[in-house]
Design a protein around this ligand. Structure first.
Ligand code: ZN
Length: 242
């Protein structure tokens, strides 16, 4: 296990919940940060609290390293964003080829705020659950974007920060498998039951893969990923970053 303190960008979704478990298995002390930017699926903010409270029961040996949570208000990001994630607009694809749920600059802003917080909290490591393999084409989830941000933040803060993206080369099925490897069936069950993906914020309709409308792109990815996971539940994802 790597020594040190880590800050995890934790939204309450499948990916960031798995990234949080990965960080707990790896670092001495782990804090979490979440962002309220007026997202339509604000229900995920309640899910993150539920997940944090459940972790000591689900993975007690890992949860001893779980420290403070930080919620940052980024309402101004929602105010300047004309997107389907922050407005009552149709979820689909824009003329740019990008999904209308793309919030321009979102991860760049998240990382900048997270780095400022990590600086104050003396965390050298920042962990985020972005993924280039099975994503919706968001350019700020790309490996090159994250690596460029690591360089920019390290220079701008004059402090070495390491950005970790344990899910970058995993698809959704492999992310389910990673959760099971890290915390067994109890952690996988927690991810399925309490983590939130649906863009419309549906937590009424329960599927085998968790709650969601079942139709939006986020539900679609999650449903297909879970079906593929059930066919091949062993963790075949890349282990080089473990
Ligand atoms: Zn949905």
């Amino acid at each position: 296990m790597a020594a040190g303190r880590a800050l995890v960008l934790f939204s309450g979704g499948q990916d960031s919940t798995t990234a949080l478990a990965w960080a707990l298995a790896r670092f001495d002390a782990v804090e979490t940060v979440g962002f309220d930017y007026g997202q339509r699926h604000r229900v995920e903010l309640a899910c993150r609290e539920t997940i944090r409270r459940a972790l000591p029961h689900v993975v007690p040996e890992l949860a001893t390293r779980l420290g403070r949570d930080h919620m940052l208000d980024l309402a101004s990001l929602g105010a300047i964003s004309e997107t389907a994630l922050t407005r009552e607009a149709e979820i689909g694809f824009a003329e740019t080829g990008l999904p209308t749920t793309f919030v321009p600059g979102r991860n760049l802003i998240f990382l900048t705020f997270a780095a400022a917080l990590a600086y104050r909290r003396d965390c050298r490591h920042i962990v985020l659950g972005v993924c280039e393999t099975d994503y919706s084409g968001y350019p700020d989830c790309r490996d090159d974007t994250v690596k460029a941000m690591q360089v920019a933040l390290g220079l701008g803060l004059d402090r070495r920060l390491v950005l970790h993206t344990p899910l970058m080369w995993r698809d959704k099925a492999q992310t389910f498998a990673l959760a099971r490897r890290l915390g067994g069936e109890p952690l996988l069950d927690l991810v399925v039951e309490e983590s939130h993906s649906c863009y419309l914020g549906d937590r009424e309709t329960r599927h085998a893969w968790g709650y969601g409308c079942g139709h939006c792109p986020a539900c679609d990815l999650r449903a297909k990923g879970f079906a593929a996971y059930e066919l091949a539940p062993d963790d075949s994802g890349p282990h080089h970053d473990d």
